[in-house]
Design a protein around this ligand. Sequence first.
Ligand code: SAM
Ligand code: SF4
Length: 330
Amino acid sequence: MQPLIDQHGRIATDLRVSLTDRCNLRCTYCMPPEGLDWMPTDEQLTDAEVVRLIGVAVRELGVTEVRFTGGEPLVRRGLVDIVRQVRALDADVEMSITTNALGLARTASALAEAGLNRANVSLDTVRSDTFHQITRRDRFADVVEGLAAAEAAGLGPVKVNAVLLRGVNDDQAPELLAWCLERGYQLRFIEQMPLDAQHGWDRSSMVTADEILSSLSSVFRLSPAAEPRGSAPAELFRVDDGPATVGVIASVTRPFCGDCDRVRLTADGQVRNCLFARTESDLRTALRTGASDADLAARWRTAMWGKLPGHGIDDPTFLQPDRPMSAIGG
Ligand code: SAM
Ligand code: SF4
């Protein structure tokens, strides 16, 4: 086995697989109200192709964690079967999902039974009206049900990911944390990144990690968590002396590129060595023209070798990638 190493010495072991670019919400910081021009079905990898590439990653490239994302991975019809097949090819790989949780109440137990380990749910507010304002859909109750179902199915510890938007929910961090603590969910705030389809991100209006921590500190006592962060993107803080923690993923103001261990596969079979990469490597064409597993693995290693040392958001020449977050897989 030769791992996915880059020229700066990082080794990728955490694979994010986007299963679709479609979604049933329209979060304002992610996509426009009308949605996007979705990927044509024939361009999307089939279930068998997804499983084959994950197999190459796990067996030939040393990937130990697979996270399904999108778009909304729960809208992918074959999801449970994909999870089952990946579990059949490797008993130990850690498998999780990042989801908006719409429909998770119906599928959580099937996913757990098929071999999924954990669920991360995105939820930016615990007020139904703010939820509607951010996601443009009135589905807060479904997310609450989905979270409870994930916990009940054993997909825990359930993590909740939240993005704060100025003037919308930036005053709601403490109440979101209180709500998660009450239910035993691990909350992590993510700084908004320049990955929206509308290209509307503006650094000056982004809610920063410092602001998030200061808002939480008005209600909770926060202290740095004892355990080392390693390659985890979230900086963890103990809440009121623990054991509960809250995380902040400060991709913009406190970048962690030097410790990154992630690699991404899009729903149309392109390897992205960084969320912010401006180039991709096509595995789908190779896959569909008879490449062997060893060929695919070699192409994947080459794609990874060129990973840049950092995302460069602060560089004056920074350009947002052409693909929005929903088509990359967050
Ligand atoms: N639909 C699923 C969900 O929302 O969990 C999975 C895909 S979504 C793109 C993955 C994560 O990216 C979500 O937690 C979402 O809040 C986050 N996200 C989307 N756009 C973002 C942006 N511009 N900056 C920071 N996080 C973003
Ligand atoms: Fe959909 Fe997730 Fe984007 Fe919201 S953040 S629109 S749930 S893909």
